[in-house]
Design a binder for this molecule. Structure first.
Ligand SMILES: NC(=O)CC(=O)C(=O)O
Length: 304
């Protein structure tokens, strides 16, 4: 079933990598959203990148974290700002992600918040799969040093307003086909959206492949929104190298074709998602009806 019965105009903002000043990062997002609406006034949906308000650093997530409380600019300035901006511009705002602190437990999450055109929080996703990798001579990153994982698959239904029903994941989540398939095939999402921040090692290896394969497997749109690439050689307050995001935000259609793609600098992308493309590819290559769960329903991919 495809609930996308019209076209949706969507913009992705490949924001400059976050500075140590949270309020400057929020102001930057605000001004780029205003610029997007000037340049592309038909925009109905805007997507921001992963950790757009904070440096992407395990040593810093807790310092930048805020609770998810509404209408409290002091306690939760990013939450407040995202809600205001969605309302002001009358858009569905997929607010990248921010470090979240759960006040009752003290746990920190990497969380994406979604606000509708009335400024209401209509969904949130805590990064389900933490980015813990160790590539010799490449990159070592262990989000689990500071972050706790979420524990649910998120599908958000905004089909009444924008036409979008989308599976929401954050960055490393895109490497796992199961939640994408659940959102697309069980919950009938027409789009998969991943605020992300791959890097200069894993980006060239897997970024485009993953976007295409998620689209192809599920015959839906896939949207990856990254920060722009930080300059080489920058260090943070601990003297650690600043994380260098890959950039290359993009939109892939349900056939697996890239519709728009950014470079490495700060950039705004805009395109239309067309529901009829989902119908036509599903008719032409009907894998949705050809699955052999009778043969492979028992298959469980064991963890190594
Ligand atoms: N930053 C991430 O969560 C994921 C990533 O960079 C990768 O999977 O590669």
């Amino acid at each position: 079933m495809n609930v996308l019965k019209k076209t949706v105009n969507i913009s992705l903002i490949q924001l400059a990598g976050s500075t140590p000043d949270k309020f400057a990062n929020l102001a930057r997002a605000e001004s780029l959203i205003a610029k997007t609406m000037e340049q592309y006034p038909k925009t109905e949906v805007i997507v921001l990148p992963e950790c757009f308000n904070s440096p992407y650093s395990v040593k810093l997530f807790r310092k930048y974290a805020e609770p998810i409380v509404l209408n409290d600019a002091k306690k939760a300035p990013s939450v407040f700002k995202l809600s205001q901006l969605a309302l002001k511009h009358k858009i569905l705002l997929i607010g990248g992600s921010i470090p979240e602190i759960e006040e009752t437990t003290g746990k920190v999450y990497n969380t994406s918040l979604v606000f509708n055109s009335a400024g209401e929080l209509v969904g949130q996703h805590r990064k389900l799969h933490l980015f813990d990798i160790d590539i010799p001579n490449g990159i070592t990153f262990k989000e689990s040093v500071t972050l706790s994982p979420g524990n649910k698959i998120t599908t958000i239904d905004n089909s009444e307003q924008s036409g979008l029903k989308f599976g929401l994941g954050i960055c490393y989540d895109m490497r796992f086909p199961e939640p994408a398939m659940y959102s697309s095939r069980v919950e009938h999402a027409n789009c998969l959206i991943y605020p992300s921040a791959f890097n200069t090692v894993t980006g060239p290896l897997h970024w485009h492949l993953l976007a295409k394969v998620r689209s192809m497997d599920n015959q839906v749109y896939t949207i990856l929104c990254s920060p722009s690439r930080a300059a080489e050689g920058l260090t943070d307050e601990f003297g650690d190298p600043v994380y260098r995001a890959y950039g290359h935000s993009l939109v892939v259609n349900p056939k697996g074709e890239i519709l728009v793609e950014a470079g490495e600098e700060e950039e705004i992308l805009n395109c239309e998602l067309d529901g009829s493309v989902i119908d036509s590819i599903r008719q032409a290559i009907p894998i949705g009806f050809q699955r052999r769960f009778d043969v492979y329903e028992q298959v469980k991919l064991a963890d190594e």
